[in-house]
Ligand binder design. Structure first.
Ligand code: NI
Length: 216
């Protein structure tokens, strides 16, 4: 699919996948840093940025998100946040310069719970803020891949998420390592449980348009 067709798809559906956008060397470096951070948690490290929950029958808390990911001392992840390979991609989908605002890693271990349907936010106009997810692992229905209602980024700010989900259609989006999922923050989306697939890790960075005309 051409770059323009992908942008067109994003505008219509509220999401699109840029296949193999991250080259293997960078992907391997990011995966290594992700693994380091997850091991840190497994070794007992705790902070407000490491979000976890108690699983029934699980002796240890289950990590599901590392917030402020760019501040965890991992250089390649920090580069990704501060103008690396995602910035150009984000600007192309925004149609103007975008700047990164938030970075996190989402982890869904084998047996991990899905994410309830939601919109990341609806306090900004359509097409002005988006999330880019760099996949570190293969993701499909078996490990709770991303699901969305195409076109739901156009719904009103106060639209009922549950109603939108029920009306559908709901689309499952599978991805491979190195793929980047781009979605409007207004999109209605969620994901299922990881019911026995491989661990699913992705690095998510929000980009928003840079306000113009501000005073110096
Ligand atoms: Ni979300």
């Amino acid at each position: 699919m051409t770059a323009n067709a992908l942008v067109e798809q994003f505008r219509n559906n509220g999401f699109a996948v840029a296949r193999r956008h991250v080259d293997p060397d960078l992907l391997s470096a990011l995966e290594h840093e992700a693994r380091e951070l997850i091991s840190r948690f497994a070794d007992g490290y705790r902070s407000d940025d490491f979000w976890c929950y108690e699983g029934p029958g699980r002796p240890l808390p289950i990590l599901y998100r590392i917030h402020n990911l760019e501040k965890q001392g991992m250089p390649r992840i920090r580069e990704l946040f501060s103008g690396g390979v995602l910035e150009g991609l984000a600007s192309r989908f925004l149609g103007r310069l975008g700047r990164s605002t938030v970075c996190a890693m989402v982890v869904k271990t084998n047996g991990g719970a899905g994410v309830p349907w939601h919109r990341d936010r609806a306090d900004v106009p359509q097409g002005t803020a988006l999330n880019l997810s760099v996949y570190l692992d293969p993701s499909d229905a078996s490990n709770g891949c991303f699901e969305a209602v195409p076109g739901s980024h156009r719904l009103l700010d106060d639209a009922d998420v549950e109603l939108a989900r029920q009306r559908g259609p709901r689309v499952l989006v599978s991805a491979n390592p190195g793929d980047v999922l781009i979605h409007d923050v207004r999109l209605v989306h969620g994901s299922g449980d990881n019911t026995g697939g491989v661990e699913r890790r992705s690095i998510i960075t929000e980009f928003a348009v840079v306000a113009s005309g501000g005073s110096a």
